[in-house]
Design a protein around this ligand. Structure first.
Ligand code: TRP
Length: 339
């Protein structure tokens, strides 16, 4: 007879991340975050969601929005996430997110939300639609994280403040009642590239850049990628080396390094005596090869809507089980009469 293993395997830490379906992700989103998610999924207990509720804080065209939600789910599969291994789901399919967000709204101060820099920026860029959802966005994000008792959340610089607030809200609730939520820690990955705009390399690459030459979408065709990289802004020195004041070349070097694994020193050595023209072609080819398999798998998943629907349904069920457990706990502590 098998003796039961009395030494329980150490529980893997849970990591949670979400991506908004508000457009096609860029090379920056891919190299800076998505590319690492597969590694995270292998190392941790992963939950990955399409944050569709967050996306409606700015106006979305319904037909495009529906398409983008499916595209982002297909992209999660295309980057290699396995729906058996990780929980892959669509945020709005798990009603507990909206429910907990409402409750947490009542434990969050107007003043705290007013200080969020992203809210301040977005109320300027969308001055005609400064809605309450945009204001309360970080509370919904806190609900996303806290529902799953996530230990770790991979965050870029622009989401640090939001994670900070999620921690504050969790601590406040835990202190007011009793320990309920795990306090999430930021997960700082190994150098996920910070990819800058190809046209204004002092700004982050963004899909909302009005100039499409500034960013590469993960689904741009090879010839488009080649053209955009060839027209990237550089400098007049003509020497491929990483240095202050060479934002354009530094950016291309970091993109190249991320796609090939070469260090800056190796790149400088390989391109010694060569001009920016040669270097740009090499960068473009590396990017094209990096994105090719993702694109191919993406096309396959988008061609099988029934499978996507299945993945979403299964993910929502697994996610709901965890999320509802937390929501029930919270409701009980607040004093709701449970149904
Ligand atoms: N706000 C995040 C972004 O725009 C997306 C997001 C929503 C998220 N909920 C989250 C990220 C929970 C991490 C954890 O990038």
């Amino acid at each position: 007879m098998d003796t039961p293993n009395t030494q329980p395997e150490a529980r893997k830490k849970r990591i949670l991340s979400c991506i908004q379906p508000s457009g096609i992700p860029t090379l920056g989103n891919y190299l800076g975050a998505l590319k690492n998610w597969k590694t995270l999924a292998d190392e941790f207990d992963g939950a990955f969601a399409v944050a569709d509720l967050h996306a409606i804080t700015v106006r979305q065209d319904p037909a495009k929005f529906r398409q983008q939600i499916q595209q982002v789910l297909a992209l999660l599969l295309a980057i290699g996430l396995d729906p058996e291994q990780s929980i892959l789901f669509i945020q709005s399919h798990v009603p507990a997110h909206s429910q907990l967000a409402w409750i947490l709204n009542c434990y969050t101060q107007f003043g705290e939300m007013s200080r969020m820099t992203q809210f301040k920026d977005k109320s300027q860029s969308h001055a005609d639609n400064v809605n309450v959802g945009l204001f309360a966005y970080p509370v919904l994000m806190a609900a996303d994280i806290l529902l799953y008792q996530a230990d770790l959340v991979p965050v870029g610089a622009d989401q640090k403040q939001h994670l900070e607030i999620a921690r504050d809200i969790a601590n406040r609730f835990n202190t007011l009642y009793s320990p309920t939520f795990t306090i999430p820690e930021p997960y700082i990955g190994k150098q996920g590239a910070r990819v800058m705009s190809l046209q204004s390399p002092d700004k982050k690459m963004s899909k909302s850049d009005p100039n499409p030459k500034g960013y590469i979408s993960v689904f741009d065709a090879p010839e488009v990628i080649m053209k955009k990289i060839k027209s990237a802004v550089t400098d007049s020195e003509g020497c491929v080396r990483y240095a202050d004041g060479k934002d354009g070349i530094n950016n291309l070097m970091s993109i190249y390094s991320c796609c090939t694994g070469l260090s800056d020193a190796q790149i400088e050595h390989d391109f010694q005596g060569k001009g920016y023209g040669d270097f740009k072609v090499a960068v473009a080819e590396a990017v094209i090869e990096e994105l090719r398999p993702v694109r191919e798998k993406f096309d396959r998943y988008m061609g099988d809507k029934a499978y996507l629907k299945d993945v979403a349904a299964q993910g929502a069920e697994r996610a709901s089980r965890i999320a509802n457990r937390t929501l029930q706990k919270v409701m009980k502590k607040v004093g709701f009469v449970l149904p």
